[in-house]
Design a protein. Structure first.
Length: 132
């Protein structure tokens, strides 16, 4: 969503929304995470079930190969390319270090997996359908 669309479609209804910011709990076990860059205000959500955690990352990663192997590469659809690249590096680094599961809209089926650090970038490791 670009700024013009936000101002035309969202801002007039702002009194009907509850906007979330970094660290807000939106429901029990679901925490908001600012992942700006792809779009203004882009958010991801950390699902915390105690022993298991997963990040629902929206459009932080645009392709399971080149966005991970080269997180600093620009992506055509990122509104703030520098912020998006920095966000990718930060989020992918966190996921790899914590070995936390990730759900990604642009990941191959089943769309859930893990991130491993590799050379100067990262690698997508898909989960099997039997996630447990």
């Amino acid at each position: 969503m670009n700024d013009e669309t936000f101002e035309a479609k969202v801002r007039p209804l702002a009194d009907r929304f509850t906007f979330v910011k970094e660290g807000d709990t939106v429901a029990t076990g679901i925490t908001a995470m600012e992942t700006f860059g792809h779009t203004p205000g882009h958010m991801s959500f950390l699902l915390d079930g105690g022993a298991q955690r997963m990040l629902v990352n929206g459009d932080v990663v645009n392709h399971y190969v080149w966005s991970m192997q080269h997180p600093d590469w620009e992506v055509l659809y990122d509104s703030d390319k520098a912020a998006a690249a920095e966000t990718r590096k930060r989020v992918l680094g966190m996921l790899a270090e914590d070995r936390m599961a990730m759900q990604g809209y642009h990941m191959p089926a089943p769309g859930v997996g893990f991130v491993e650090a590799r050379d100067d970038g990262f690698r997508w490791v898909p989960s099997t359908y039997q996630f447990m």
